[in-house]
Design a protein around this ligand. Structure first.
Ligand code: SF4
Length: 221
């Protein structure tokens, strides 16, 4: 009976965006809607609790992140949160995987992290200087056809930082997809400081806030 119930629940679509009360944020999560994953995905929730309690790295990271959140809430910026989290974790050597378009910010971030006592290794996305054609991209698929365009190289960024022995890698404006590849190949945890969005000065949330008017076009098929 229990098994049938769980099978039935697991077939209910997961869609928190349709939730009207966010009961998970209260002490009465049972008040969430019928499709609430707290009810329909019990197995996954239990598996997560098991990891937080039994896997040392997961436990340390969850506790450190929670402590940073508690201290920082509505007081600190993300740069300060990153420093606090890294300190909580006892990391000494940090990697910065930077976009070539944010080299100025990369230098400032490096100065800040060094001032806070960290060793820092920074690596630019164009490292290796590999022409895009070398992996099969066509000239007319480049941002500026007819010119030399080196590909972004997130896999090399991850491998170089791994060789340097960084303990936490910070994403500084890698493009969509390149950030995913970096995360896939990084041997250590990754945190995003800047999410690339050339049009909004790297504030992609501006678009989500703007869909009622300026970015309404994005809601059209
Ligand atoms: S987890 Fe449940 S209560 Fe929370 S937003 Fe999703 S559906 Fe709502």
């Amino acid at each position: 009976m229990r098994r049938q119930y769980l099978e039935y629940m697991s077939e209910i679509p997961i869609d928190c965006s349709k939730c009207g009360n966010q009961a998970c944020w209260s002490a009465s999560p049972q008040d969430g809607p019928i499709f609430c994953p707290t009810k329909t995905c019990e197995d996954s929730v239990r598996a997560a609790i098991h990891l937080y309690q039994e896997d040392p790295e997961t436990r340390n990271m969850a506790i450190a992140a929670g402590r940073t959140e508690g201290r920082s809430y509505m007081k600190w910026t993300r740069v300060e949160d990153t420093i606090d989290f890294a300190r909580n974790m006892g990391y000494k050597k940090l990697g910065i995987a930077t976009c070539i378009g944010l080299m100025a910010e990369d230098r400032i971030l490096q100065k800040i992290l060094i001032a806070k006592g960290f060793e820092v290794v920074s690596i630019c996305c164009k490292c290796g200087s590999i022409p895009k054609e070398e992996i099969g991209l066509l000239d007319n698929e480049k941002a500026k056809p007819g010119t030399f365009e080196p590909m972004c190289n997130p896999v090399a960024q991850a491998k170089i930082l791994e060789k340097a022995g960084t303990e936490l890698n910070i994403l500084l404006g890698l493009c969509v997809g390149h950030d995913a590849l970096f995360t896939k190949y990084s041997g250590v945890p990754v945190t995003t400081l800047v999410a690339k969005d050339r049009i909004t000065c790297h504030n992609p949330n501006a678009v989500l806030h703007g869909t009622s008017f300026y970015y309404k076009k994005l809601l059209s098929p």
